[in-house]
Design a protein around this ligand. Structure first.
Ligand code: ADP
Ligand code: MG
Length: 450
């Protein structure tokens, strides 16, 4: 019965809608008068109730020949969706997304199906790494061999690396593409030695057309793994096979790495990935939302994006939490409503007093003289209070010193401003957002200078 319902609904609904909301639900109980559907995704529950109920009712009525009442039940963890907390409410677990082709594709089980080029936002921070990765996928073993991707945690190294794998596999379905973590490489090696089976280990890895090794920094100090990897690398490289490595730091900063490996790692291209700027972070959130067929108000995107600066995984996590909260609470998606669940860890970067002043000047359109002067015009005095608060957040200056920077104000004035801003930050979402954006600017300016 349910498969009939699915068949009909599939015809009536758009594919993304069907995949996202219907396919993830299962019938739990069917009586003469009622059908209970179960979903593991609280967002699906809301969505189905809000928009698709009449269609489902109609189809079920049609098939059963009599009307039934339909209930949707949210059961956390049902049908395997969301085995951990983050995934539980993750509305993007749907494996087929709107813009991906329908045709069967070459798949590689080592690779996460979400880590494809089409899902990656390209910004100034990863443009070069992205371009190099594309080039490598299109013509492996040529220009950039090895390609060494480096960047901080959660900036997309694994995503980019696997995108190379997917794309290569798509271009050449017979290619041997291996993705391994350094840990797995090490474990495989240990197992091979223990089973006296080194030859099959070597045969395996040396058969790769493209070898993707993630988190290669973990090879540090592992002498035997380094030895073996050195030979694997050489064999592949000499045969014109592509090697791609990812690391949280450049080769010459990996401690206890054999000199000869360090030089091998550096002989192709080292492409780094930086933290994304605000605009790129917003684009990343927008893209996630698109895959979800979800409309996010611009302020919400901006708010989340300005709260999470240097780790895209955390940025995504924040969106997931926000969506989950909103859907469970049944609230509209607004900055005010999501603020309580985000508790943004505004990452503070030490900045110079000048950097703070110039960020305030640029963003709020007041002059530095105004900030240091004694005008009581409202926009100026608010900007001054904001400036003092940010100075307190981003520098080590004492209250009296901050007073001096602002043209010789008393330290009690500085204290008052800081307290007031702290209060507004907690109680006035608009002010909270302004402060966060300013912090973000200061962080970016200071990071850029470093
Ligand atoms: P790393 O390996 O550098 O720690 P990941 O590749 O695991 O980081 O990325 C963390 C998360 O952020 C992943 O879910 C990934 O899809 C996402 N992500 C990273 N960079 C981008 C990007 N440029 N556009 C869209 N999503 C991204
Ligand atoms: Mg990674």
């Amino acid at each position: 019965f349910w498969s009939q319902v699915l068949e009909r609904l599939q015809l009536k609904l758009s594919r993304p809608t069907f995949e996202a909301w219907i396919k993830t639900s299962t019938p739990e109980e069917l009586t003469d008068t009622a059908l209970v559907l179960r979903t593991a995704n609280p967002f699906a529950k809301n969505w189905l109730q809000k928009y698709y109920m009449p269609t489902i009712v109609e189809v079920v009525h049609d098939i059963l020949g009599h009307p039934v009442e339909i209930q949707i039940k949210f059961v956390p963890g049902a049908d395997g969706i969301g085995s951990d907390d983050a995934e539980l409410f993750y509305p993007f677990t749907i494996d087929s997304a709107p813009s991906e082709p329908l045709a069967p594709q070459a798949t590689n089980s080592d690779l996460n199906s979400k880590y494809v080029f089409s899902r990656l936002v390209v910004g100034p921070n990863n443009r070069m790494a992205h371009a190099a990765s594309l080039a490598v996928a299109e013509s492996p073993g040529r220009e950039f061999n090895p390609l060494f991707l480096c960047g901080g945690v959660g900036l997309g190294k694994t995503h980019l690396m696997q995108a190379i794998g997917h794309y290569r596999q798509e271009i050449c379905s017979t290619a041997n593409i291996f993705y391994v973590s350094t840990e797995k490489f090490t474990n495989d090696l240990i197992t091979a030695i223990r089973k006296d089976n080194l030859q099959s280990f070597r045969d395996h890895y040396r058969a790769a057309d493209v070898l993707l090794v993630d988190d290669i920094q973990f090879i540090e100090g592992k002498e035997y793994t380094q030895e073996e990897f050195f030979h694997t690398f050489n064999t592949l490289h000499e045969a014109g096979r592509q090697v791609v490595l990812a690391s949280d730091r450049p080769p010459n900063q990996i401690p206890r790495l054999q000199e000869r490996l360090c030089s091998r790692f550096s002989m192709g291209l080292i492409a780094d990935i930086q933290p994304p700027d605000l605009e790129t972070r917003m684009a990343i959130l927008q893209k996630k939302a698109e895959y979800e067929n979800m409309r996010l108000p611009r302020e919400v995107v901006e708010y989340i994006a300005s709260s999470y600066v240097s780790n895209i995984r955390e940025l995504e996590g924040a969106l997931i939490r926000a969506v989950a909260y909103i859907s469970i609470a049944g609230l509209p998606m607004t900055v005010e409503n999501i603020a309580p669940v985000l508790n943004p860890p505004v990452e503070k970067v030490e900045a110079s007093p000048e950097a703070v002043i110039s960020s305030v000047v640029e963003a709020l359109g007041v002059s530095a003289e105004d900030l240091k002067g004694s005008s009581r015009r409202r926009e100026i005095s608010v900007a001054r209070q904001i400036g003092m608060y940010l100075m307190r957040q981003h520098t080590d200056l004492s209250l009296p010193k901050i007073g001096e920077v602002f043209g010789g104000k008393d330290h009690t004035t500085v204290l008052y401003s800081c307290e007031k801003m702290k209060d507004l930050k907690e109680n006035d979402p608009n002010m909270a957002q302004t402060l966060r954006q300013l912090s973000d600017r200061i962080n970016l300016a200071s990071q850029a200078r470093k």
